[in-house]
Design a protein around this ligand. Structure first.
Ligand SMILES: NC(=O)c1ccc[n+]([C@@H]2O[C@H](COP(=O)([O-])OP(=O)(O)OC[C@H]3O[C@@H](n4cnc5c(N)ncnc54)[C@H](O)[C@@H]3O)[C@@H](O)[C@H]2O)c1
Length: 434
């Protein structure tokens, strides 16, 4: 049976259902489509399903081929799990956030999905989890799917492959980035390797599922800790009167043992601020309280407050003071504002009763909530508008901001990204790096 199935995979005579068509699931669908693999998709958000059926996308960077495909094949999309019975392979790309007001993993999306899958699972289905999870979670997920007469690794194949998607990075591709894969049994590993080999140039087969799960957490923790380190260096440099960006540039010339990380306004996104808690939760549960994770979290989360303190040092805050925030996306060139530090800045400004506006081409408006008291619209970047603000804080260094216009018309700029560091702006005395 395995040999036949692998032959079918190699000939692309199989179909895939992606569960969760978000920032990870939709690009994955595009990759599979490019390889001419028959696709289905499930998302419980009916608005998303309806948009895709109309050939529209809710993710600006998604490519048109996938929306065209779903417009042509509207029945391949559903909010209902029933369609998994039409597919051979199921890839799960569901959110793994933290529980509300807590630092504990919220696995409810993934485990509810397992409950739903259980109703429609059939012999020889392949189920692969791509969500970021703590070590051991994929096995828990697998055990929640199996029903009587099913045997994991024998007639139900389970695997885990962490996603490395880098939203906003046009150069990201699995032609140059390897993908870690793992499987419950040897048969699972062979099947999963053959599936990913179709659209990933280099797969890295890891012996145990838990190693693959932990490798993803290590990757993100590595970023969180190193960003914490450069953010702390930024505070130290400020005290010493030394330029942090020139310092990092100098250190980066070492061609071994050093990787460049840049300071910023704080951590954002669905991964870096969240995933370290997945690791600390499982570690604490097993009797060890991690130190690095906690410290990096403390340093990164104090940056918005520290930046506003710098603002206080350079301008006198009056009743009429008005600040312009540039960027609400957590990262440049994306329409993703999850966990964005910009909302922390808004919270601090509100608390201090300092008025603010914002500009972000990816977010024409901000809905009420997340520290935004009433609906707000992105302002237009014009000479006159920029001159109206006492200070401009650059939070997200989108490529489509007009940096010459900003530099030449803002009274004061607090640059949290080092975007103005080029020699072009060296004579602009209104730019402060913080
Ligand atoms: N966004 C990234 O850059 C990135 C990168 C690497 C890994 N990850 C990980 O990948 C996973 C998915 O992240 P994402 O950014 O794509 O999330 P997302 O929120 O963009 O997408 C998840 C989708 O799942 C849908 N959904 C929720 N519950 C569902 C259910 N029970 N059944 C079907 N659909 C459901 C949501 O409507 C949403 O469209 C997370 O574990 C994340 O940590 C994300």
């Amino acid at each position: 049976m395995i040999k036949n199935f692998i032959l079918k995979i190699k000939k692309k005579e199989f179909s895939v259902c992606i569960i969760g068509l978000g920032y990870v699931g939709l690009p994955l669908a595009s990759r599979l489509l490019k390889k001419k693999i028959k696709l289905f998709g499930i998302d419980t958000d009916s608005k998303k399903i309806n948009l895709l059926r109309k050939g529209k996308s809710y993710i600006q960077s998604s490519d048109q081929s996938i929306t065209k495909y779903f417009k042509k094949n509207p029945n391949n999309l559903s909010t209902n799990y029933e369609i998994v019975s039409k597919c051979d392979v199921i890839i799960v790309c569901l959110p793994t956030p933290l529980k509300p007001n807590s630092t504990k993993p919220d696995m409810s999306f993934v485990f509810n999905c397992a409950k739903n899958l259980k109703r429609f699972i059939k012999d020889n289905h392949v189920v692969i989890l791509e969500s970021t999870v703590y070590p051991g979670a994929t096995r828990e997920f697998g055990n929640k799917i199996i029903k009587k007469n099913f045997n994991l690794g024998k007639n139900l194949f389970l695997g885990y492959s962490p996603e490395r998607e880098n939203p906003g990075d046009k150069n990201f591709s699995y032609k140059s980035t390897p993908k870690v894969i793992s499987g419950y049994s040897d048969n699972c590993k062979i099947i999963i390797k053959n599936i990913y080999n179709l659209f990933v140039k280099r797969t890295v087969l890891v012996n145990k599922i838990e190693e693959a799960e932990l490798s993803k957490l290590l990757e993100n923790l590595y970023r969180a800790v190193n960003i914490g380190l450069v953010n702390e260096m930024k505070i130290i440099c400020n005290k010493l009167g030394i330029d942090i960006f020139n310092t990092i540039d100098a250190a980066s010339t070492k061609n071994f043992g050093f990787q460049k990380f840049l300071p910023g306004p704080g951590l954002g996104g669905h991964c870096i601020p969240i995933d370290p808690f997945y690791l600390s939760w499982i570690s604490k549960k097993n009797g060890y309280e991690p130190k690095f994770i906690k410290l990096a979290g403390i340093i990164n989360s104090q940056i918005p407050n520290w930046t506003i303190k710098q603002l206080h040092k350079i301008i006198k805050i009056k009743k009429k003071t008005k600040i312009l925030l540039l960027g609400v996306a957590y990262k440049k060139n994306t329409d993703d504002d999850r966990e964005s530090p910009s909302f922390e800045f808004i919270k601090i400004l509100n608390k201090k009763k300092i008025k603010y506006d914002y500009c972000d081409p990816y977010f024409p408006k901000l809905r009420k909530g997340r520290n935004v008291s009433k609906i707000k619209y992105s302002i237009k970047l014009t000479k006159q508008n920029l001159k109206n603000y006492d200070a401009t804080i650059l939070l997200t260094d989108h490529s489509n901001f007009d940096y010459d216009l900003i530099a030449n018309n803002s009274k004061i700029i607090l640059d949290t990204r080092g975007k103005f560091k080029s020699t072009k702006f060296k004579d602009n005395l209104n730019i402060i790096y913080s």
